[in-house]
Ligand binder design. Structure first.
Ligand code: S5P
Length: 301
């Protein structure tokens, strides 16, 4: 199948991960492939961005650790806005630590009886805790998160042991989360070159229950996979702006057309181009329309 010329909704049927299906159908329903990179540092500012840009976006991307006055109410309100405006939340955590211990020792027997059992697998290591625990408890509210493939496949296994085993506390139904691998970065001099993206691709292919796509600059080829056997992935692409070519810290920008039409990516992630604009709604509508028209052109509509 040629996924490049297929609609997002048609592609949803080629995914098993529930978050992927939700995202792809949401995009067609809402006619948007725009995501905002909400890089602000206060709770009020973050919630304001979610409410202002909510009607125009499919994904609200956060860096929760830059919020100075983070509290649990922020998460409650953000979840409510995600339902009100129909968008998914993506905590851009860029996990990069170890996932599974090499030789998991049998811990249960050696635990003192006053220590309660942890809710997640004892064999999981650093990223398991970073994803499930701490102040932010990312897995409990973020539909999507991402990881660098640099530590090897164990990072995916560790994160999946959390993200695929969560249940809604209210309805007890499964909350299957989704993971994106960072295949390529947008910044000048990034080390994601050579065989790095294709190795990321191979890791993703082996973990399609959880990994449904990439953060990258172009759709990756499926060299090595058998014809007719090619899996689909969703590509979310940062480094998008229409008015500027870059910043003074190495960020490099391309336009929505270059990203969606020429490079075959799916979701445009825009930060300063949106929240830095004088007229938020005008900028949101311009980027939404540019991304959407590029998609329609690509699928021949
Ligand atoms: O390669 C990357 C990957 C990411 S996730 N380059 C990036 O810039 N990002 C993120 O995209 C970055 O963390 C920031 O949140 C956003 C770009 O913001 P902008 O203001 O430059 O559009």
């Amino acid at each position: 199948p040629n996924f490049l010329t297929m609609s997002y909704t048609e592609r949803a049927a080629h995914h098993t991960n529930q978050t992927a299906k939700d995202l792809l159908t949401l995009m067609d329903r809402k006619k948007t492939n725009l995501s905002i990179a909400a890089d602000v540092v206060s709770k009020d500012a973050l919630l304001k961005l979610a409410d202002t840009f909510g009607p125009y976006i499919c994904v609200f991307k956060t860096h929760i650790d830059i919020i100075t006055d983070f509290d649990e109410d922020l998460i409650t309100q953000l979840k409510a806005l995600s339902e009100k405006h129909d968008f998914l939340i993506f905590e851009d955590r860029k996990f990069a630590d170890i996932g599974k211990k090499q030789n998991p020792p049998s811990q249960t027997s050696s635990l003192p009886s006053n220590i309660p059992p942890t809710p997640f697998p004892q064999t999981g290591n650093t990223v398991v805790h970073q994803y499930a625990s701490g102040i932010y408890k990312i897995a409990s509210w973020s539909h999507i998160t991402n990881a660098h493939p640099i530590p090897g496949e164990g990072i995916i296994k560790g994160l999946a042991s959390v993200g695929l085993n969560l249940f809604s506390p209210t309805t007890a139904s499964p909350l299957s989360r989704g993971l994106l691998l960072l295949a390529e970065m947008s910044s000048a001099g990034a080390l994601t070159t050579g065989t790095y993206p294709s190795q990321a691709y191979t890791m993703a292919c082996k973990n399609r229950d959880f990994v449904f796509g990439f953060i990258g600059q172009r759709r990756l080829s499926s060299e090595g996979t058998e014809e007719g056997d090619e899996p689909d992935f969703v590509y979310l692409t940062p480094g998008v702006q229409m008015a500027s070519k870059g910043d003074d810290l190495g960020q490099q920008y391309r336009t929505p057309e270059e990203v969606v039409l020429e490079s075959g990516c799916d979701v445009i992630i825009v930060g300063r181009g949106l929240y830095g604009a004088k007229d938020s709604k005008k900028a949101a509508e311009e980027y939404r329309r540019a991304g959407w028209n590029a998609y329609l052109k690509r699928i021949g509509m």
